[in-house]
Write a protein that binds this ligand. Structure first.
Ligand SMILES: *Cc1c(COP(=O)(O)O)cnc(C)c1O
Length: 395
């Protein structure tokens, strides 16, 4: 068969990311490509940095998108801020904390791991113990919103502890940004990275980052050059920095993808950060009411739940892969599988950005209810929809 244009199916994305991309963002991608040094493009880059500062709640001059996915945002923070011999404490409570550890050792750092059980928040007392027994540590890293388990950790408290022991902080906000409270300046976060495809409702492939002056000072004081050429912020800033019109070529920026991020951030700012956080929370409560009415249980303790990623126990006797295939084939609906310790035991239902809306919740509950009944697990779909509607309408 001759190869024809690729026509993807139209899905509803309620997994751990990517989330549904807003039509305004998709339309922005189709605008005419211009040069990455075109004055019109450079003006757009300045707006993009300003929109990112609003989204991160920061005045940091070094705030920009890395031209690569969230993982590259992670790597940017670690390769620039970790020097060979630095002691780095990483709090691990899921997949992404584990990847931070990989980054530390590959950058030549001495890794100190503080593990918490999967499905639980980072324990501030355990971090404090590690800080006390490693006075030589210079950095603390953790994930605010662990997408692998659906857990939220208390960034403000963890950053404060790290600072009390003279450590800088690296925070993973890939799933947090836009979906739950995040205050880079007020909480004193030193380096942070995010991703475009989760609560920003944008296409995958870009990683907003922000570094404060203390992090920039550590970067400038490095003895060893940054091992990665592409992610060396000293070089990237020749293109993205405030060059007063003297921008120079570093790499060809993904021009159209940056139009999309600009549109996505504009939408977030139009909605407002607090309203967006509140929308994620309210829809999480509606989904939860519906899931409980179906007889399903959320695995994470209530106080540690991440509104934008809901981890649901798979009932006994239900075939995980078969149910998720049914959702995709019959309902064009994607939800996430469990990872690591939770593989085969849990589903991960995302409510991120444009995916976080009433019609998606109602689709998800009716699809789950229908398939669970078909697989012999009695579930009351009608009540689930009524319960979700009740929360959504605020009655
Ligand atoms: C998705 C995610 C990442 C990685 O982002 P990619 O765009 O897939 O590289 C990192 N950290 C967390 C918490 C994530 O949810």
């Amino acid at each position: 068969m001759p190869i024809a244009s690729f026509q993807p199916p139209v899905r509803t994305l309620m997994g751990p990311g990517p989330a549904d991309v807003h039509p305004r963002v998709l339309a922005a991608l189709a605008r005419p490509t211009i040069g990455h040094l075109d004055p019109a493009f450079v003006a757009m880059m300045e707006e993009l940095k300003s929109l990112l500062r609003t989204a991160f709640r920061t005045e940091n001059a070094l705030t920009m998108p890395i031209s690569a996915p969230g993982s590259a945002g992670m790597e940017t923070c670690f390769v620039n801020l970790v020097e060979p011999g630095d002691t780095v404490i990483v709090c691990v409570n899921g997949v992404f904390g584990g990847r931070m550890c990989e980054n530390v050792t590959r950058a030549g750092g001495n890794l100190v791991r503080v593990d918490a059980p999967w499905g639980r928040a980072v324990d501030p007392n355990a971090l404090e113990d590690a800080l006390k027994s490693h006075p030589e540590a210079s950095l603390v890293a953790f994930v605010q919103a662990e997408t692998s388990t659906g857990v939220s950790s208390d960034s403000r408290q963890l950053v404060e502890l790290a600072h009390r022991h003279d450590c800088l902080t690296i925070v993973d906000a890939v799933t947090a940004l836009g979906g739950s409270p995040l205050e880079v300046d007020a909480w004193g976060i030193d380096a942070i990275y995010a991703g475009s495809q989760k609560c920003l409702s944008c296409t995958p492939g870009l990683a907003p980052i922000s570094l404060n002056e203390r992090a920039v000072a550590k970067l400038k004081a490095r003895r060893a050059p940054v091992q990665s050429w592409f992610l060396d912020l000293n070089l990237v800033l020749g293109y993205w920095g405030d060059g007063g019109g003297r921008r120079s070529y570093h790499h060809t920026a993904p021009v159209n993808a940056l139009y999309a991020l600009h549109e996505a951030l504009l939408m977030l700012c139009e909605e407002g950060l607090e309203p967006s956080w509140a929308r994620h929370r309210q829809h999480h409560l509606a989904l939860r009411a519906g899931l409980e009415a179906l007889g399903l249980e959320l695995l994470v303790p209530e106080a540690e739940r991440l509104p934008q990623l809901n981890t649901v126990a798979i009932p006994d006797g239900i075939d995980d892969a078969r149910l998720r295939r049914g959702l995709l084939e019959a309902f064009n609906l994607e939800i996430g599988a469990g990872l690591g310790d939770l593989a085969g035991k849990a589903w991960r239902i995302g409510l991120m950005g444009y995916s976080c809306r009433a019609e998606n919740i109602l689709l998800c509950l009716s699809a789950l209810g229908t398939l669970l009944n078909a697989m012999g697990h009695r579930a009351d779909t009608g009540t689930a929809l009524t319960e979700a509607q009740r929360v959504l309408s605020g009655t």
